[in-house]
Design a protein around this ligand. Structure first.
Ligand code: PDD
Length: 282
């Protein structure tokens, strides 16, 4: 049983023919979200929905008929089996289907909504090995706060990292660390937890925001500030955050150990505070 959501309907994946003139297919002209599902319930759904709507309005997509992500997620969860109810929801909206012209199609063209759920087991922080990452130039566009499906810069960086035996690329622009290809990046530099400010050069990650809330709650020293590549390389701890990776310690950076090559105390503390239950589930 594997059903997806396509423009108001639930169908078997193979029954859905994505129109060749879909602007997502032709131009990468669309936006998306990835939401974590724990035991059949969505994590931080309203934050994801808010960001989806912001991304859509950021590139002038009128989202049209919208059931809300939660209703779609619940219907997909009824129609698909996720072991232990753990997985992700992918939700994408493109500008619609129209003959290829660069400018927006006319008012009558409706957006295409596509969503699916997919299993993803809960991470055991103690079992998962530390991440090995490489630093690479950030070749993406300058509006990374918009969660656009046009991900070529991220795809090329992720592939380059993989070819170098790493699990993620940590990107830098003018020697300032921005974020990963699909994660935000934090580093502990001289006892201060640092991450790039949430401006147009990075995605304002929902996991990033949770980590900052936890840091504040715990009275940790933290700054949303420019982190230079050399600071990153001398950091005592580095970790990645994101919906799929949650909080992932980086233990190897460009082939060299970070700190003593083990998960550091601040990262470990934040992992133990990262609560997948509480009031964040709907
Ligand atoms: N990526 N930065 C980038 C470029 C991302 O693509 C993501 C998420 C994040 C982390 O954001 P959040 O904590 O809200 O998931 C940061 C998703 C998971 C993806 O593309 O698969």
């Amino acid at each position: 049983m594997s059903e997806i959501y396509w423009n108001g309907e639930y169908k078997k994946k193979h029954e859905v023919g994505i129109p060749p003139d879909d602007r997502g297919f032709l131009f990468g002209d669309g936006v998306y979200e990835v939401v974590r599902i724990y035991r059949g319930r969505c994590f931080e759904m309203s934050a994801h929905e808010h960001r989806l709507l912001q991304s859509a309005s950021g590139i002038g997509i009128n989202i049209g008929y919208f059931k809300g992500m939660l209703e779609v997620a619940e219907n997909l969860l009824r129609r698909n089996i996720l072991p232990n109810g753990d997985g992700i929801l992918y939700y994408q909206i493109t500008r619609g289907t129209a003959p290829r012209k660069h400018f927006f199609p006319g008012e009558g063209v409706l957006p295409n909504h596509y969503a699916y759920v997919q299993p993803l087991p809960v991470t055991d922080f103690k079992e998962r090995p530390g991440a090995s990452v490489v630093t690479l130039p950030d070749r993406r566009w300058l509006e990374c706060h918009i969660k656009s499906i046009a991900l070529l810069g991220s795809v090329l960086a992720a592939q380059q990292a993989k070819e170098q035996g790493a699990v993620e690329a940590v990107l830098h622009r003018d020697s300032v660390v921005t974020e990963g290809s699909h994660t935000n990046v934090f580093a502990v530099v001289e006892g201060v937890l640092k991450t790039h400010p949430a401006n147009q050069l990075v995605l304002n990650g929902i996991t990033r925001r949770i980590v900052l809330e936890l840091a504040q709650q715990e009275g940790l020293l933290y700054e949303e500030t420019s982190l230079s590549l050399s600071e990153l390389k001398s950091a005592s701890e580095v970790f990645l955050t994101g919906t799929t990776v949650e909080i992932w310690p980086v233990t190897q950076l460009d082939g060299k150990p970070v700190g003593n090559g083990q998960t550091g105390p601040i990262t470990q503390g934040l992992q133990s505070l990262f609560d997948r239950n509480a009031d964040r589930l709907t």
